[in-house]
Design a binder for this molecule. Structure first.
Ligand code: FAD
Length: 492
């Protein structure tokens, strides 16, 4: 019997994972990708002897990657190597305080307390609460389909609902930090985790202070070939399984008939029939451009989006021993920084600067004695601001801040430069408003308001990726494929 045919729109992390899972399930899979290579936001840039991962830099929950190889009956290590990091991130404040966050939680408490003056018992108490939240709600919805009643009525969910107010559903992450911590530095440290899904610590419910659990207890990791190594490994596995890729081939329409999807039409006006279609395009743009005449879940699609990012990829002609793989240079007024982003849709004069330097662990990412700096600040999503003016101003402020703290004139050490901003994130990966993580989590109901992984209107249409359930970030995009293909399997 001929295999059933599946089409996947987009070769981002979620699309690649869906293609692998569908192939294992026995489908003949074709992936259509608008760009000339796989990965989407999980991309690569090479220039003048420097290599950069263009998007994600923090790798957590590696088992979401390795289970795909196991599922396909392959040895993960034949495709993908990675290691756990002994240090998480190096933190710097303009007032001279700084510390290197050890991965071990007990060492972290001692180091952070000594560097900031925060009583160790406060940090311990905060981390205990993080663990409690994770145990109560951490994995509650991550691996379950939103369109199934059992998701909301399983014993773990029923046990969690009454605990939610005590776990911080009705107060903000920042408010909780105010109550538990004394020093501005440690409040800022824990508030930063709201940015892991593009949200504002002064709006996001304190329930989301579960996020530090990932780094502090599950660990942060580094793929031996850099983050793009994830894309390469998943692409290699897909092709080994016989998945067919069509690059430079944008899908322009999801075809429908009588409440079913029948396949897609590509940018060359060719119709490709399929038994099921999986969409890895941002869900807002998928409805807008690929399904313009079908019914839309307007309320879901119109929710405020997460923040975006401005990234400078700088080839640096010297090395900085005081820096590590992940580095944060905090702003002096964190609240003002988030007000600029979320209330004014602007970039403040003193943004928190994140620097990722993969050449620290992978020396061939930069010429000898040099470093590849991925320099990122959080910025509002694209609302047609005057980005050229905002970027020029931000670049000046970032260079002044880093030069001041590192005691150099950084301008003299930048030898190559490329940029990515909300406009180009939007145009390169078709992400609505250039948001990094789909909708923001600033609303306390946001976790329940993400688009589900199966179309509520069209049979045989599924959605994967960071814009749908369970959320943004590489591990959750991979989890979305697991849920979606689970639903395909149930429907057969
Ligand atoms: C700067 C930045 C930093 C980030 N940092 C982190 C981090 O540290 N850790 C982390 O876990 N996550 C991070 N993220 C988020 C993470 O990158 C995303 O959540 C994840 O990669 C999204 O994967 P996805 O499956 O949604 O696909 P995407 O990466 O959004 O890719 C979608 C793909 O679909 C293609 N496509 C779209 N429309 C069509 C069409 N009509 N036809 C054909 N192809 C189409 C696009 O070209 C693209 O290749 C970051 C993102 C960015 C941009």
């Amino acid at each position: 019997m001929a295999k059933q045919k599946a089409i996947v729109i987009g070769a981002g992390a979620g699309g690649l994972a869906a293609a692998i899972r569908l192939s294992v399930l026995g489908y003949a899979v074709s992936v259509f990708e608008a760009s000339d290579k796989p990965g989407g936001k999980l991309g690569i840039l090479e220039e003048g002897g420097y290599r950069f991962d263009t998007g994600p830099s923090l790798f957590t929950m590696p088992w979401h990657v390795t289970e795909l190889f196991e599922l396909a009956g392959k040895k993960p290590e034949d495709y993908f190597q990675y290691s756990r990091l002994p240090e998480l991130t190096r933190y710097f404040w303009d007032n001279g305080k700084e510390f290197i966050a050890p991965a071990n939680p007990d060492e972290f408490v001692q180091t952070a307390s000594a560097a900031t003056g925060e009583p160790a018992e406060n940090i311990t108490k905060y981390l205990r609460l993080v663990q409690k939240k994770y145990n109560a709600v951490g994995e509650l919805f991550l691996y379950r389909a939103m369109n199934k009643v059992s998701t909301y009525t399983n014993p773990k969910a029923l046990k969690a609902y009454p605990q939610m107010p005590a776990l911080g559903l009705f107060k903000s992450m920042a408010k909780e930090g105010e109550q538990l911590l004394q020093t501005p530095e440690m409040k800022q440290y824990f508030n930063r985790f709201a940015t892991y899904n593009g949200s504002d610590p002064w709006q996001v419910p304190a329930l989301l202070s579960v996020i530090p659990y990932l780094e502090h207890y599950q660990g942060a990791y580094f793929p031996a070939k850099g983050m793009y190594g994830i894309t390469e490994a998943l692409y290699q596995l897909s092709t080994d399984l016989g998945v067919e890729f069509h690059f430079n081939n944008k899908v322009t329409k999801i075809n429908t008939s009588g409440g079913n999807t029948t396949g897609v039409t590509d940018c060359y006006q060719t119709h490709h029939p399929a038994d099921i279609t999986v969409c890895n395009m941002d869900v807002v743009n998928a409805y807008k451009y690929l399904l313009p005449t079908e019914k839309h879940p307007t309320k879901l699609l119109n929710q405020p989006k997460s923040s975006s990012a401005l990234i400078f990829y700088w080839g640096i002609n010297r090395s900085f021993p005081e820096l590590g793989l992940h580095n944060i240079f905090f702003s002096n007024d964190y609240k003002a920084e988030f007000e600029s982003i979320f209330k004014d849709a602007n970039i403040g004069a003193d943004p928190t600067v994140y620097i990722n330097i993969t050449s620290k662990l992978k020396p061939d990412d930069a010429p000898e004695g040099c470093e590849n700096w991925f320099v990122m600040i959080n910025v509002p999503n694209n609302q047609s601001q005057d980005w050229d003016a905002l970027i020029a101003e931000a670049r000046k402020n970032i260079i002044a801040k880093l030069s001041n703290r590192l005691g150099v004139n950084l301008d003299h050490h930048i030898v190559t430069e490329r940029q990515l901003d909300p406009r180009t994130i939007e145009s390169k990966t078709s992400s609505a408003q250039g948001a990094l993580y789909g909708i923001s989590s600033n609303n306390r109901m946001a976790a329940f308001m993400r688009h589900q992984n199966k179309s509520p209107y069209l049979k045989n249409l599924y959605f994967v990726g960071g814009s749908v359930h369970p959320g943004g970030g590489v591990p959750l995009a991979l989890a979305s494929a697991k849920i979606a293909v689970g639903l395909v399997e149930e429907g057969r």
